[in-house]
Design a protein around this ligand. Structure first.
Ligand code: NAD
Length: 290
């Protein structure tokens, strides 16, 4: 196998198995209660939707990618999830579609949880960064989470006990930055501000938190290896070993289901003191400069 093929093989997303899913004991994790998960056609979003459905919730798995959502639904069937997994196609740049998504979720039971995971990446220095691409990342990764939060809060407040939570997928790029990712860095820092603002207005009943990981084995990461190699004039292996894992004290990237398990823990009663802050699960990445 060539070194480049070997590099890709080492970060290929693994299959999600029933054994890899963490089950939490929570009286609210039942099929009467509903969670929306965005980005659910791939990577971390798919894994999180499967983990929440396996934990008994009615999970509305949403994405713009219909074929990917079908694969997520097939996987939920294979895993025989305890709750239900319904798919809704929604382009997060379209307000009308976001509104319809929340209405569907509210019709499916008691909406209590929203998990904002959908995201995209673009690698380019600031001077040549296309403004329309900056706007696109803003709409998908910051404006849509804010609009979903705005629309979901009144439904969550209607629950008998008014309890629920909004979770946002941040990143080590919500703590510090790498060059040539100005839009991504900006949206992840912004998302942490949205998280704190939501916690402030949730009055303790509706919590908010974010999850920050280093690099996770997903298509989003695979797809940026070639661009990063070209931008920095290094090999793809050097991108993985030096840029993506260089500062982490972990020798392997996280898997999507490990991130999904973190969301389930944060949303559950075990996360009751987590409010406004971040689960930084980065293998020591941001604490280590060299
Ligand atoms: P991914 O590419 O596997 O999945 C992202 C999903 O978002 C895709 O299914 C895509 O269709 C969806 N999406 C994009 N634009 C959309 C739109 N307009 N409307 C609806 N859906 C849209 O990526 P991933 O690695 O699973 O990333 C998920 C999240 O995790 C992102 O917010 C990313 O920034 C974050 N994250 C990823 C890593 C990592 O290493 N993979 C690390 C930290 C944070």
């Amino acid at each position: 196998m060539s070194r480049e093929a070997d590099t890709r093989d080492s970060i290929d997303p693994p299959e999600i198995t029933a054994e890899s899913i963490h089950h939490l004991d929570d009286p609210r994790f039942t099929s009467e209660n509903v969670a929306i998960v965005t980005g659910a056609a791939s990577g971390i979003g798919r894994a999180t939707a499967l983990v929440l459905a396996a934990n008994g919730l009615t999970t509305i798995a949403t994405d713009a990618d219909e074929d990917g959502l079908d694969e997520t639904a097939d996987k939920a069937d294979d895993l025989a999830v305890e709750g239900a997994l319904e798919t809704v196609v929604c382009d997060l740049t379209e307000d009308a579609e976001i509104k319809a998504l929340v209405e569907t979720a509210a019709d499916a039971g008691q909406l209590r949880y929203v998990v904002n995971i959908a995201g995209i990446q673009h690698i380019s220095p600031i001077e040549s960064f296309p403004m329309e691409t900056f706007d696109l990342l803003y709409r998908v990764m910051l404006r849509a989470p804010m609009y979903l939060t705005k629309l979901a809060l009144p439904h969550i407040r209607e629950a008998d006990d008014g309890v629920g939570a909004i979770a946002n997928m941040a990143s080590v790029h919500g703590h510090y930055v790498t060059r040539d990712k100005v839009a991504y860095n900006t949206m992840k820092f912004g998302l942490r501000g949205l998280t704190k603002s939501t916690a402030a207005e949730g009055d303790g009943d509706i919590r908010a938190f974010s999850v920050s990981t280093g690099y996770v084995k997903t298509p989003l990461v695979l797809d940026q290896i070639a661009d990063t190699a070209e931008e920095r004039g290094i090999t793809e292996r050097e991108v993985v070993e030096d840029v993506m894992l260089g500062q982490a004290r972990a020798s392997e990237m996280m898997t999507p289901v490990e991130a999904g398990n973190l969301f389930a823990f944060g949303l559950s009663r075990h996360g009751k003191h987590l409010n406004g802050d971040d689960l930084l699960w980065d293998g020591g990445f941001v604490n280590t400069y060299e």
